[in-house]
Design a protein around this ligand. Structure first.
Ligand code: INI
Length: 163
């Protein structure tokens, strides 16, 4: 169960990264699938490592990042989940409409959170090259999916603390 903590001594209310008892959903996009399956694997492993039951994680896939906001909004509005993780990879070198896809995805994900009141965590890589995306999906710069998992747990617990 979450409890108040103040790791930096700032007087802030900060939730713990303990996933016990949380129900979470992951929406991930299959576009750039080599990258996004690594993000998914990193997120699932991190959630389970922090005590989230595997059966308490729903996983939904969509074709591309542009489709993520609608599914994230539906999951968040369902009332079934304490947080929703959104995973994808938008790579500039692959598309002329990089900016449109990346911006619409980011705005839609933010709106899903604000409209529902449920944390919707943005784990979409936006990079210039495939190599940069690989570096950030289990390569030399970590795994954005795992980062997203920790943020989801903290935000879900923070909502409980605030409420
Ligand atoms: N979707 C992505 O997730 N990443 C991309 O890099 C990408 N590119 O390159 O175009 C992409 N396009 C597909 C888009 O998300 C939609 O699935 C498609 O436009 C159908 O609505």
């Amino acid at each position: 169960m979450a409890g108040p903590a103040d790791p930096a001594g700032t007087g802030s209310l900060t939730a713990r990264e303990d996933g016990d008892g949380l129900h979470l959903a992951i929406a991930w996009s299959r576009f750039n699938e080599e990258v996004t399956t690594s993000l998914l694997g990193g997120a699932l492993a991190e959630l389970v490592a922090h005590g989230v039951e595997r059966d308490a994680i729903a996983v939904v896939s969509v074709p591309g990042a542009f489709e993520l906001p609608l599914v994230a909004a539906r999951l968040a509005a369902s009332g079934r989940f304490d947080a929703v993780l959104v995973l994808g990879a938008v790579i500039r070198g692959e598309t002329g409409h990089y900016d449109v896809v990346a911006n619409e995805c980011a705005h839609g994900v933010a709106r899903a959170a604000l409209d529902s009141g449920v944390p919707v965590i943005f784990g979409v890589l936006t990079t210039d090259t495939v190599a940069q995306a690989v570096d950030r999906s289990g390569g030399r710069l970590g795994n954005k999916g795992a980062d997203t998992a920790r943020a989801a747990i903290e935000m879900a617990n923070l909502m409980r603390l605030i409420d």
